[in-house]
Design a protein around this ligand. Structure first.
Ligand code: 5MM
Length: 340
């Protein structure tokens, strides 16, 4: 195993206060986002949208790596360069989503298991040859009446660890993403309890399957109340609960924790990340970073709206969100930045 290389890639993914841009929406998810805005759901427009993102000048000042979707790596920019090369030339590490999405867990119809293990070893070797240096696999855990079940947590943790071990064997850094969804009216305390259980189970499996913790990145949810919960805790309460949970469950050997945004508004995601970095600066064993999708992209997507004429304005919005999160990583974000 190329352990040294894995460790240095993982460190680079969270270095210099930068974060990871998740632009790996599968076609159904990307189409859903386009449909909301009335944008035609074609491969050409998905390509145009992603070209708008990767050609944003200065993106590399705050973005260390970008997660692509398989369709994108087989497409080209208008000048016929590949998306992978454009990222590499801009000093952004290219990565790719390798999971195949979620389906109902057999015997547990309300819960999800992630597919995509078939032929994964060969796919990883192909991706490594193409220059992709990290991957992502997302597991989904739903909070509801009597769920998540232990079966669901264990099945997803086992799969995440199998995926991570295969990635490291291929010399690729795995981003391990167990996402506890924000949907529902559960409290922040319930999110804490479930996330802690999930993370303990995931790290137990990573250990059992020999995954080198120094050569991976964890991509968890923040500890937040459900979107429909009557009590919406303050930014500082979310920051404290999130760090408390992570300190209990994430080994110090992991170089970085890059949060997903999970449906939080872009401003709230930045503010919560900022609060963690303000309150726990220099006190944590891992870097606290971001791997946002919607919380970085949404304002830019709204402006772009499928129209070439809007590219420059959309790129400004994307650049702005990336810079806000660079500041949040240093505990230097504030709402004044949103007026700039
Ligand atoms: C960008 O969306 C990623 C792929 O999602 P699908 O498999 O549903 O198409 C997703 O895994 C994303 O990376 C994470 O959920 C983080 O994105 P958010 O929007 O939650 O920050």
């Amino acid at each position: 195993m190329k352990t040294k290389e894995l460790i240095s890639t993982a460190k680079a993914m969270v270095a210099n206060h930068k974060g990871i841009l998740a632009m790996d929406e599968s076609n159904p998810t990307c189409n859903k986002r386009f449909a909301k805005l009335g944008i035609p759901q074609t491969p050409e427009l998905r390509r145009d949208y992603r070209e708008m993102i990767v050609s944003t000048a200065g993106l590399n000042e705050s973005i260390s790596g970008a997660i692509l979707f398989d369709e994108t790596i087989h497409q080209q920019l208008k000048d016929e360069s590949s998306f992978i090369d454009v990222l590499i030339n801009n000093g952004i590490i290219p990565g790719i989503k390798v999971d195949g999405g979620t389906v109902a867990l057999a015997g547990h119809p309300e819960e999800k298991i992630t597919e995509g293990m078939d032929n994964l070893r060969n796919r990883l070797n192909e991706y490594a040859k193409m220059g992709l240096r990290f991957t992502k696999w997302r597991a989904v855990i739903i909070i509801g009446n009597d769920i998540p079940s232990q079966t669901c947590i264990e099945a997803n943790a086992h799969t995440l660890a199998r995926y991570a071990a295969l990635c490291q064997e291929a010399g690729i850094v795995p981003i391990v993403e167990p996402e506890v969804l924000m949907d529902g009216d559960h409290t922040m305390e319930r999110c804490f309890e479930v996330t802690e259980q999930v993370l303990h189970t995931v790290f137990n499996q990573l250990y059992k399957q020999g995954v080198v913790l120094e050569g991976m990145i964890l991509k968890p949810n923040m500890i937040v109340p459900g979107l429909a919960c009557k009590k919406q805790d303050s930014i500082d309460e979310v920051a404290d609960a999130t760090v408390k949970c992570l300190l209990r469950a994430v080994p110090a050997a992991v170089p970085g924790i890059a949060f997903l945004s999970g449906g939080q508004s872009p401003e709230l995601a930045s503010a919560r990340l900022n609060a963690m970095n303000v309150r726990f600066k220099n006190k944590l064993p891992w870097e606290l970073s971001f791997s946002f999708g919607r919380a970085i992209q949404q304002p830019a997507l709204d402006i772009w709206n499928g129209n070439e004429k809007n590219v420059t304005e959309a790129q400004k919005a994307l650049y702005h969100r990336a810079v806000c999160n660079l500041a949040a990583r240093q505990g230097e974000y504030n709402s004044e930045m949103e007026k700039e």
